[in-house]
Each structure stands twice: as C-alpha cells, then as structure tokens.
Design a protein around this ligand. Sequence first.
Ligand SMILES: Nc1nc2c(ncn2[C@@H]2O[C@H](COP(=O)(O)OP(=O)(O)O)[C@@H](O)[C@H]2O)c(=O)[nH]1
Ligand SMILES: [Mg+2]
Length: 336
Amino acid sequence: MFKILKEKLSKLTKSLAEKLEKPKIVEREEVVEREIKEEGIVKKVAKKVVKKIVERKLSEEDLESILREVEVDLIDADVAYDVVKKIKSDLKASLVGKEVKRGKEREVVISSLKKTLLDILAVPEIDLEEIIEKAKEAKGYATFIFFGINGVGKSLNLTKVGYYLKNKGYRVLLAAGDTFRPCGIEQLEKYAEKIGVPIIKGRRGEDACSIIFDSRKSAEARGYDVILADTSGRMHVEKGLMDELAKIVRVNKPDLKILVLDGISGSDVVPQFEFFNKTVGIDAILFSKMDINEKGGNVFSVCYLFKKPILFLGVGQDYTDLVEYKPEKFVNSLLE
Ligand SMILES: Nc1nc2c(ncn2[C@@H]2O[C@H](COP(=O)(O)OP(=O)(O)O)[C@@H](O)[C@H]2O)c(=O)[nH]1
Ligand SMILES: [Mg+2]
C-alpha cells in the first residue's frame, strides 16, 4: 500500500537529513579584545580575526536543490501541485536556519514533514454515530446516500459500511438505487444477503429517487436506524445523471452524502469531486481500493483542496475490508 509515495517521502527525508549531517565549514569574522601593558598602563586592543567554524544549519539554497527534485517525485505520486508547494514552503519555514543536534537530523526532518502532512490533512471531522443518533431523534432513521462514477466501488463499499454499522448494533437497510447498470440491483441484493441486512429494490430502469423514498417509508414503518442508498454512476459529465442525482437529494434529504473515490484513479479524483459536489453537495469521502493504491498522493490533494472529511478507506474486495480513516495513522504508515 502506498509503496511509491512512501519511497518518495523516504528519499526526501534522507536527502534532507544527509544535508543536515554534512558539516559545513564557514568562515566568520570575530572581534577579539586583548589587554596589553604599555608604559605601565593597561590598554585594550581589539583585533579582527577570521575564525573557521563548523555549521550544521540548512540554508535556503540547500533546501531548494533538494526540493526541486522532490517536486517531480511528489507529482508522480499523485500529489497535486498546490499541495507540493505547501509542503515545500512549510519545510523551508521549519528547517532553514534551524540548529540541529548531532544525531537528531532524521528525527527533526521527519517531525517537520509529519507536521506539514498532518496540516494538509486537517479538515473538519464528523462523527458517523452522532449523525445517526441526531437523525434518529429527529425522524427515526438516518439516510446516507453514496455517489461516485461507475466502478469506483460504491456498491461494495456501501455494503462494507453496512456491515460495520450492523456490528455497531444499528439496524441497517440497503436501498438499490443503481437502477441503470445491468445487474446493479442483483449485485446489491447479493451483498445484502452476505451481510444479512434487508434491501429495498425496484426494477431496472425504475426511478432511483422513488426507490430511496420507499426505503425511507420502510425504515419509518419497521424501525430501521440507517438507510444506505446506492446510486448509479455512469459518466460523471452526463447531464441526465446530474438531474437525476440532484432530484434524489432534493426529494430524500439525506443526512450524509458520501462520495466514493477510487484511490487508483490518480488526479482524476479532483474533477470527480468537483462534479459531484456541484451537483449534490458532498459531505464526506470514502476512498476505495487503497489496498492496490501504490501512490496515495491524491488523498492529500482532496483534503487540501476540498476540506471534506474522509470517513473510511476501502482496503480489499471482502465486506470486512474497510478501515476507519485516521490522518495520524495514515501519515505514520507513510513515514515508517
Ligand atoms: N481491491 C479492491 N477492490 C475493490 C475495492 N472496492 C471495490 N472494489 C472492486 O471494484 C469493482 C467495482 O466495485 P463496485 O462496488 O461494483 O463499484 P460501483 O460501480 O461504484 O458500484 C469490483 O470488482 C469491486 O470488487 C477495494 O477497496 N479494494
Ligand atoms: Mg454499483
């Protein structure tokens, strides 16, 4: 997982630490005072001397040359250019001119890098269970709708979230809102069976909006706590889809609109987020396929550019392959 980004960050810390370790001999002019006795009177005389001293500070030029190389590396690992710029300026601010004790070079570099990466990932957090509890108080159940283009992993990851919430003791109901894709309904039906939760479905081509609406009626009548509704993806630029998704939201007033982004689709996640956010207003993100994502830089791009919380990472093809996303853990795994 994230092999390429890990390598790039490790290369960066290594170059910076090495530069810090390498002592530089700098010449510094100093004024030295000396007392001399002349004709019985003590006089002070000042003399300029040039001293050679060993310095272990990074200069701006030292850093520039390293960062220039790393810039390309990070962009290769799907980190957006704005984020690379922020990493560079943060590292400059924290490392240029800093006195570093011998033997502590790597530690200092890693802690500066960690701080900047965590800063980039700092977005307002949301508490899933709190949202469910609030929605239950207000109307008896919570509605979460999953969005995303075709194949990103909406249906599977929605199922994983269902399993996760079921294990927390919630009564979960799935809504088969992808009525467009052949077998979209059957696929979710199978998944629902696997995790042992009920599903509300219609027929292929039926209005997804009304299926989600029906699931709400069912939750109300039968006391379900959370509805997890699937939607269809298609090409995200399609106007018909835009209208359909906007209507689903207008009619069903979800408590949470979750965008599923495929970790391996590189910098494409940026326009995908922009499209869905413009169409339905995204509250949170689930990053799928992290188990096969060697880069991972797009997690930084999305957080930094859009400031929306990431709820989960999908890490495999089974319904148990879901981990709660914690920025600190994510950064530690990259710097280990
Ligand atoms: N390795 C891996 N594969 C995943 C993950 N999430 C989804 N997939 C696979 O991606 C493909 C598309 O998933 P699906 O849920 O049907 O996507 P949808 O079209 O957005 O509903 C399927 O083959 C899934 O098994 C994940 O986290 N890791
Ligand atoms: Mg699907």
